[in-house]
Write a new protein. Structure first.
Length: 167
């Protein structure tokens, strides 16, 4: 995706609703922190911590059991805070189910919910065949275009090998 498409995708959710706030938080975390669906679905409030004057997802366990600590931009943290305040989430998993009437329930979401949210927002913006992993790739691409070094992008995404990041 291009930067313009990413901006359009982020503006797709109706943030006047609980579900829209959740969707926006999901999209912002995927696009800026390069999270995988499983990482996002299992993300807990306890992972979000302030470190050296910035927010980070601390000790995130990713694919293959690799642990990383990606930084969270302030505007992304504000998006997550909008969702958690609306949902009344103060501990445990950040993302919860939202029913058709807008009520928040349960103790978490599945990876399929992440997939459905990304697909629905992509359809609203006219982006065909967009998957959650495409947001992760877009995160890497936009970081690289902005001048980010491959080693830093490798750290952000949690790749063991820089060759994976280059690909």
């Amino acid at each position: 995706m291009t930067a313009e498409e990413a901006r359009a995708l982020l503006s797709a959710p109706d943030v006047g609703t609980s579900r829209g706030k959740r969707s926006r938080a999901i999209l912002t975390l995927c696009l800026t922190c390069g999270l995988r669906r499983s990482e996002l679905a299992h993300l807990a409030m306890e992972h979000l911590q302030r470190r050296e004057d910035h927010w980070a997802i601390v000790d995130l366990v990713g694919k293959g059991g690799h642990i990383r600590t990606p930084p969270i931009p302030d505007w992304v943290k504000a998006s997550v805070d909008d969702w958690t305040a609306a949902a009344g989430v103060s501990s445990g998993r950040i993302f919860r189910c939202v029913n058709k009437s807008g009520s928040v329930w349960g103790t978490g979401i599945t990876e399929q919910v992440v997939w459905a949210e990304v697909k629905e927002c992509a359809a609203k913006t006219g982006i065909a065949k967009l998957a959650p992993h495409d947001l992760r790739r877009t995160c890497a691409k936009l970081c690289h275009v902005a001048g980010g070094e491959l080693e830093l992008i490798q750290f952000l995404l949690g790749h063991v090998s820089v060759q994976t990041t280059e690909h």
